[in-house]
Design a protein around this ligand. Structure first.
Ligand SMILES: Cc1ncc(COP(=O)(O)O)c(C=O)c1O
Length: 454
């Protein structure tokens, strides 16, 4: 029997459910015996099925059937409301079983390391794997510069507090930005200068002014699918920002928390324009995988290595070995890449539906942001509506959204902006949700006008 026939037969067994998701496939030798063919035919068939993301391999263990995306669990079926509020990744698309398998494997592989303190910087074998993975994101670096962190938030929080070689103290940050960044600034008592994200993007003249006159130590920026606006920079803007940073001796903390969702291979991270250490790259594994794992990484420049590692040591000694080991296996086996492909298509579809609904349903006085993937987008309510009362009224209609006020520095706060995350909302509820938002906007506007004429 030739490999193509073996491949077809195994594929059929998977498709008709005889070989269940997460189950180990028969060993190469036993299958060769069963089909009366050479071991090489089975190896070739398995490797083709792996390329098709039907199965994955786990070193020293064998081949397993890939977990399909779960379906049939709707946001409203579970909760009774349309949830544009929750910020975690799509619960129905999470690779629980695959990851469970990796954790079991990690217990086997790392049983000794798990019961002792480990390296502050992260498992060397994982860092090697991460360096390989980062190449796909146009981030070319070596394992020695990578530090595994307990969620990207840890890297952000530590970097804010550390002295940088430019001797400056102030932080520059996009407005709005995600809430944990605002909290970090508050708790580190850092002086922060905001720069607004407008309909036309970032005002680069204003950025230059801030860099030139305000002793900016670093510019914290989310370059793709920003939280909460969903906006991404063009390569031209990224390059220009890096040039300004070089000119005025400012460092850039580039938070690429959703970089995996960008299917446009021509988009470069800022890191690609200056890998010397000027741009400190951060990546999260929370938004495309399980946020509870608390896994992220930072590419640390040589000048920060010692101080960053001592800060990390003071914070939690190291990120747990078990989750690190499981991530390594997940990356090595090809499961992560297969998972990312699925996530990309899920979020592209959802983002597309959301933008279409905004365009068709929202009244003309409402402005909105967003892009072709990612989770987040924001709506600015028409004047004089306020986010707080709007959200309360919307809740009564079983649609939940977030108030963006907490995503601003105090001097930038806007009280008419709401954030929507599309990750937990089923496709079929997106349009209905936006339609409800549009109706409540209209009702509130009508009420304002009625009161005026009383
Ligand atoms: C832009 C951005 N960066 C970083 C984080 C923190 O992610 P992590 O779970 O990796 O700490 C978040 C969390 O929502 C975020 O929105």
């Amino acid at each position: 029997m030739i490999y193509a026939e073996v491949m077809n037969q195994v594929e059929q067994l998977i498709d008709n459910g005889e070989l269940k998701p997460g189950k180990r496939l028969p060993s190469i030798r036993s299958l060769a015996k069963r089909f009366g063919c050479s071991v090489n035919s089975i190896i070739k068939a398995y490797s083709e099925l792996e390329k098709k993301h039907k199965i994955y391999s786990v070193s020293k263990s064998g081949y397993y059937v890939v977990e399909r995306v779960r379906s049939g669990h709707s946001d409203s079926a579970n909760t009774g409301f349309i949830d544009f509020l929750s910020a975690g990744p799509d619960k129905n698309a999470m690779p629980y079983r695959d990851y469970q398998h990796c954790i079991n494997q990690a217990i086997e592989v790392y049983k000794e390391e798990m019961f002792a303190y480990s390296e502050i910087q992260g498992l060397p074998s994982l860092r090697e794997e991460l360096a390989r993975h980062l190449r796909d994101l146009q981030v070319f670096t070596v394992p020695d510069r990578i530090c595994v962190v307990s969620g990207s938030q840890q890297a952000i929080h530590l970097l804010i507090s550390l002295p940088f070689p430019n001797g400056k103290k102030n932080i520059c940050v996009e407005q709005p930005t995600h809430v944990s960044m605002i909290e970090s600034i508050k708790y580190q008592q850092a002086t922060a200068y905001g720069i607004e994200i407008t309909d036309k993007g970032l005002d680069l003249d204003r950025l230059e002014h801030l860099f030139k006159y305000h002793e900016i130590k670093c510019f914290y920026t989310v370059t793709r699918f920003q939280n909460p606006t969903g906006c991404s920079y063009s390569n031209k803007e990224r390059r220009k920002i890096v040039e300004l940073a070089q000119k005025y001796d400012v460092y850039i903390i580039e938070d690429d928390y959703l970089g995996d969702l960008d299917s446009d291979k021509n988009q470069d991270p800022m890191f690609a324009y200056d890998p010397s250490g000027r741009v400190i790259y951060i990546k999260s594994f929370s938004k495309v995988m399980l946020p509870g794992l608390r896994l992220g990484l930072s590419v640390i420049p040589d000048f920060l290595r010692d101080s960053f590692l001592s800060a990390k040591f003071a914070s939690d000694l190291h990120t747990p070995v078990l989750t690190q080991g499981a991530l390594e296996i997940y990356l090595k086996s090809g499961m992560f890449n297969a998972h990312i492909q699925r996530m990309r298509s899920i979020y592209r579809r959802k983002a597309g539906l959301l933008q279409k609904a905004y365009q068709e349903k929202l009244p003309s006085g409402a402005a909105y942001s967003g892009s072709n993937s990612g989770f987040y987008s924001a709506i600015r309510l028409p004047s004089p509506l306020k986010a707080r009362t709007f959200i309360e009224d919307l809740k009564k209609e079983n649609v939940h959204v977030d108030d963006a006020r907490k995503m601003y520095l105090p001097e930038f706060v806007q009280d008419s902006v709401i954030r929507l995350s599309v990750s937990q909302v089923e496709e079929k509820h997106i349009e209905i949700g936006v339609q409800t938002i549009a109706r409540v906007i209209q009702e509130q506007l009508n009420r304002v006008h009625t009161v005026k004429f009383k």
